[in-house]
Design a protein around this ligand. Structure first.
Ligand SMILES: *Cc1c(COP(=O)(O)O)cnc(C)c1O
Length: 377
């Protein structure tokens, strides 16, 4: 036995971020196993995870399948666009934040013809303009939108957009990275062909893979479209169907942790119960922040309960770096803003955090603001 050289001497900080997030002790413990990728038990775990994910999307297993892909969430997004859009197909990207922009960047590198409808970061997309664009251009093969734009925390109307896309005949691709597992989503009702999320967001697993919920008929129609081997979704599907295995080395530890995380989601009461906890975290947070004099960036009606952007206080004594560092020293991790037209910071309500954690964060913020001498009102 060797001496343990891992992190010791300080406790885990509480992560109020968009991910990776705070996970339970038992999710971390689940990783203390070595598994062979061809082990029968491990193959059973992959199958179980894939089935549970379809269930979480309220999908009929005859019509939908869940594919797991090594890499972070962005890898899953890249897999969908690189392997399901026909060679001459055009993609419409609906953008109101940094993640929408990133997808357009991915497709420009891939040389996929891309058109965008871009909206301010504090505004939901214009449905009539989407409808008009789809009617005017029948070469659009796929439409993508982000469900919860984690840039601000805004929630986009995926069902309404899905209805328009379905009428046009294009495939519909939703980046539900930061919402899946915490905001109920019905794949068929939203007309979704591809939905991407990852292990380390609202399911509360650890980083290591993304997953793609696919409508089988659309996936099967994408033969020959892949622009890369590693990202070939249909081939990944064939691999799973053939022998239940990943084509290349699977993130075994992250997968067993994820299985534990899925079981804990179920024990908590499923997506509804998780939504309720996060929503409660959100309400405690904004009530406390408003009381101190902080203001949110978004209008309350557009604001989801996943993550909240707060404007910097209007006082020259405020410095985000000092604020962040001081909270960090108190063991609370918040996140910088990503909005282009306003100075904001972000606080997430997701992960293994509860009302008591949010209240402790609020107390630490109050203390920090006092230390900095910042006046909020
Ligand atoms: C976190 C996130 C991503 C990116 O995921 P990575 O795991 O960092 O690659 C993409 N889209 C949204 C909406 C996200 O919240």
């Amino acid at each position: 036995m060797y001496q343990y050289f891992g992190i010791t001497g300080w406790k885990d900080k509480v992560l109020f971020t968009p991910g990776p997030l705070t996970t339970s002790q038992t999710v971390k413990q689940a990783m203390l196993r070595d598994l062979g990728s061809r082990d029968g038990k491990f193959i059973g775990i992959i199958k179980e995870i894939r089935e549970k994910l379809v269930e979480l999307g309220q999908g009929d297993p005859k019509q939908y399948t869940a594919l797991l892909l090594q890499g972070s969430g962005t890898y899953g997004l890249e897999a969908v666009v690189s392997s399901t859009i026909p060679p001459d197909g055009k993609l419409l990207v609906i953008i109101n934040g940094a993640y929408g922009k990133r997808l357009a960047k991915i497709t420009s590198v891939l040389k996929i013809e891309t058109i965008t409808l871009e909206y301010p970061e504090n505004t939901t997309p214009d449905l009539r303009e989407i409808e008009k664009t789809l009617k005017a251009d029948n070469e659009i093969a796929c439409v993508s939108v982000v469900h919860c734009e984690t840039t601000t925390g805004i929630i986009n109307p995926i069902k309404e957009i899905g209805e328009l896309v379905a009428k046009s005949g294009a495939t519909y691709f939703v980046d539900a990275m930061s919402s899946f597992g915490a905001v109920p989503i019905h794949l068929a009702d939203c007309h979704i062909d591809y939905l991407v999320s990852s292990a380390n967001k609202c399911i509360e697993g650890v980083p290591g893979f993304s997953f793609v919920l696919c409508k089988l008929s659309s996936l099967k129609a994408s033969a020959g479209y892949a622009r890369s081997v590693s990202f070939d979704l249909l081939d990944q599907y064939h691999g799973f169907e053939k022998n239940g295995q990943f084509r290349f080395t699977p993130p075994t530890h992250a997968l067993v942790a994820f299985r534990q995380a899925l079981a804990e989601l179920e024990l908590e009461g499923g997506v509804q119960a998780r939504a309720k906890r996060y929503h409660h975290n959100y309400e405690i947070l904004i009530a406390g922040m408003r009381e101190m004099g902080f203001k949110e960036y978004l209008k309350p009606e557009d604001q989801g309960y996943i993550i909240t952007s707060f404007l910097y206080p209007d006082d020259p004594k405020f410095s985000f770096e000092t604020f962040y560092e001081s909270l960090n020293q108190k063991d609370y991790v918040i996140y910088p803003g990503k909005v282009s037209d306003a100075d904001c910071f972000r606080i997430g309500n997701i992960g293994r955090i509860f009302e008591s954690d949010v209240r402790a964060l609020l107390a630490a913020i109050r203390e920090t603001i006092e230390e900095m001498g910042v006046k909020l009102k």
